[in-house]
Design a protein around this ligand. Structure first.
Ligand SMILES: [Zn+2]
Length: 494
C-alpha cells in the first residue's frame, strides 16, 4: 500500500490526532503500529494542506516517492482506529484555501450554472466527480439551484439549474470548443481550426533531481521525465500541425514557468509543517532519507515550487493567454524505484489516462478546489473530456500494446467504458478550464522501456536488448495522433 493510501485510510476514520491520542492507553502508545498511525495523522493533515490528493500526478507520485516507513502500517492503524470509535473531528473552516490557492470570484460561476439541469448535475456528480462510496459533498441541492457555502462570513452562492425547457442557444458561451461546434471540415485536414495545447509534464533539465524525476541505472546515462515529455511534445506538435491543428506548448524549455523559487516558499512550508503538528522542523534534508526528509522546510518548499506554484503558473498561461480547445498533459509513469542512488527495475509496464473527477469531501472543503470542480461540472467539460480521453488512450494502447494500469486506491475511479480511463483530481487537470487528457503511458523503470527511452526519438527500429525495437516516444506520438484523428473524424461536421 502506498503512503497516499495510508493518509487516506486514516482520514476515512475522520478523527483528530488529539482526540485519538486521548483515547489511547499508554500501552497502546508504546506499540509500533499506533506510533505509525499518529505520524500518519499528521502526514494526512500535511498531505491535505499540500494537496497531496490533488497534486500527486503520476501513478508514480503514489509509488515512486522516497520509501516510507509508513507504508507497512495502514491496515493495523486503521484497525486501531476502528476499535477506539472516537467521535468525528471538527472539519476545517469552509473558506480555507489550498496551498498557494487564490480566492475565487463566485459571481463568475453563477453565469455558468444555467448550462446544466439538476438531473445533469446530479448524474455528473454521482458518476464522475464524487468518490465511490464517499461522504456527502459540502453543498445543498434544491429543485431550482445548487447552494454552495463560500466561507463562514459570506452568503452561500446560489447557482440556478437550467430548466429542461430552456433552449440550447440561450446557454452561456464557453472559451473552448467541442468537436461538434468546430467549423465544418469541408475537405480540409481533420484537425483544422482546432487549438491543442501540449503540457509537457514536469520541468526536467537541471530541476529533474529536485522534482524526483531523474532515473539513472549507470553513470553517464539517465532518463528524466521532464526532458522526455518535452521531446514528445516537440515531435507531436509537428504531426498535429501537419493535420491542420494550431498547437501551443505550455513550456518549450526545461525551465519552470513559475517565477517563484523554493527560497521564497520557505515561510509557507514552515506554516504548513507547523499546522500539521511539526512546529520545529529541520531546515535542510541533507543526510536525511525517507519520511525524515519529507518533514524538512527544504523538501516542502521545493515541492511547493515544482508541484504547486509551477502548475498554477501553467494554469494562468493556459486559461488567460493560450485559451485552447483542449490540453494534452504528457507524462511517463513509473513504479516504485526505491532510493534515487540505487534505483530498482520493475517487471510492470502499463498505460492509463486520467480525466478530472473523484473528489473527496476533504478536498471539497477547500474553497478554491470546490469552485474549480464546480466550474468544470457546470461547463459540462466532462461531456467532451471523457470520450476524447477514451479515443486518445485507445490510440496509444494500439500503438504501444501496453496493458491497462489498475488503481487500487480510493483517489481514482473508473469512468466510461475503457479500462484505461480513470477519473482523479489533480491540480493540472482541475485548473485548466477546458477538456484535459492526462496521459500516463510506460513505466520508466521497466528495464526494456528504460533502454528504449535512453535511445530517445528515432524512426524505424534499432537494436535494443537483442531485439529490433521502435522508439517508445514515436509509439507515444503515433498513438496520440491516431486517437485524436479517430475522435475528430467521428465527431466533427464534414
Ligand atoms: Zn509525470
Amino acid at each position: 500500500m502506498t503512503k497516499f493510501s495510508v493518509v487516506r485510510s486514516l482520514f476515512s476514520a475522520r478523527i483528530s490526532d488529539a482526540r485519538f491520542k486521548s483515547h489511547l492507553s499508554a500501552s497502546l502508545i508504546a506499540s509500533r503500529k499506533v506510533r505509525f498511525s499518529l505520524i500518519g495523522m499528521r502526514f494526512f493533515r500535511l498531505g491535505l494542506m499540500l494537496g497531496w490528493m490533488g497534486l500527486a500526478h503520476d501513478a508514480a507520485a503514489q509509488s515512486a516517492e522516497p520509501p516510507s516507513g509508513l507504508s507497512s502500517a495502514p491496515a493495523q492503524a486503521g484497525a486501531a482506529v476502528a476499535e477506539s470509535q472516537p467521535p468525528p473531528a471538527p472539519e476545517p473552516p469552509i473558506g480555507k484555501l489550498s496551498p498557494l490557492g487564490k480566492v475565487p470570484d463566485w459571481t463568475l460561476l453563477q453565469a455558468k450554472a444555467a448550462r446544466l439541469t439538476r438531473a445533469d448535475f446530479e448524474k455528473a456528480w454521482r458518476e464522475i466527480y464524487a468518490e465511490v462510496n464517499g461522504p456527502p459533498p459540502p453543498w445543498e441541492v434544491s429543485e431550482e439551484a445548487l447552494v454552495v457555502p463560500i466561507s463562514s462570513g459570506a452568503e452561500p452562492a446560489r447557482l440556478p439549474f437550467r430548466k429542461v425547457t430552456d433552449e440550447e442557444e440561450d446557454l452561456p458561451p464557453r472559451v473552448w470548443r467541442r468537436a461538434a461546434t468546430l467549423p465544418p471540415l469541408a475537405g480540409r485536414p481533420v484537425l483544422s481550426d482546432l487549438h491543442i495545447c501540449l503540457d509537457p509534464g514536469h520541468i526536467g533539465g537541471k530541476w529533474a533531481r529536485m522534482e524526483e524525476r531523474y532515473l539513472s541505472f549507470r553513470e553517464g546515462e539517465a532518463v528524466c521525465e521532464g526532458d522526455l515529455t518535452l521531446l514528445t511534445a516537440r515531435v507531436l506538435a509537428e504531426r498535429l500541425k501537419a493535420l491542420g491543428a494550431v498547437v501551443s506548448l505550455v513550456r518549450d524549455q526545461p525551465e519552470p514557468v513559475t517565477k517563484v523559487r523554493p527560497a521564497e516558499l520557505q515561510n509557507t512550508a514552515r506554516a504548513l509543517l507547523a499546522e500539521s503538528g511539526f512546529p520545529t522542523p529541520q531546515v535542510s534534508y541533507e543526510g536525511l532519507v525517507g519520511d525524515a526528509k519529507l518533514l524538512t522546510v527544504q523538501w516542502q518548499s521545493e515541492k511547493l515550487f515544482y508541484r504547486v506554484s509551477e502548475i498554477h503558473a501553467r494554469g494562468d498561461r493556459v486559461n488567460d493567454q493560450l485559451k485552447p480547445d483542449l490540453v494534452l498533459c504528457l507524462h511517463l509513469n513509473a513504479e516504485a524505484w526505491g532510493a534515487a542512488e540505487t534505483p530498482q527495475f520493475s517487471p510492470q509496464n502499463h498505460l492509463h489516462v486520467l480525466v478530472n473527477g473523484c473528489y473527496s469531501r476533504a478536498e471539497l472543503l477547500q474553497q478554491d478546489v470546490r469552485y474549480e470542480m464546480l466550474w468544470r461540472i457546470l461547463e459540462g467539460i466532462h461531456e467532451e473530456e471523457i470520450p476524447l480521453a477514451t479515443a486518445v488512450v485507445e490510440g496509444v494502447a494500439r500503438s504501444t500494446g501496453l496493458p491497462a494500469y489498475v488503481y487500487t486506491t480510493p483517489n481514482a475511479r473508473r469512468v466510461g467504458d475503457s479500462p484505461y480511463v480513470y477519473a482523479r483530481n489533480l491540480l493540472a487537470n482541475r485548473i485548466y478550464r477546458c477538456p484535459v487528457v492526462y496521459l500516463e503511458p510506460f513505466v520508466m523503470n521497466h528495464e526494456e522501456t528504460y533502454r528504449r527511452l535512453l535511445a530517445g526519438h528515432y524512426l524505424g527500429r534499432t537494436l535494443i536488448q537483442g531485439r529490433l525495437q521502435t522508439s517508445a516516444i514515436e509509439d507515444y506520438v503515433r498513438g496520440v495522433v491516431d486517437g485524436l484523428t479517430d475522435y475528430y473524424r467521428r465527431k466533427r461536421r464534414p
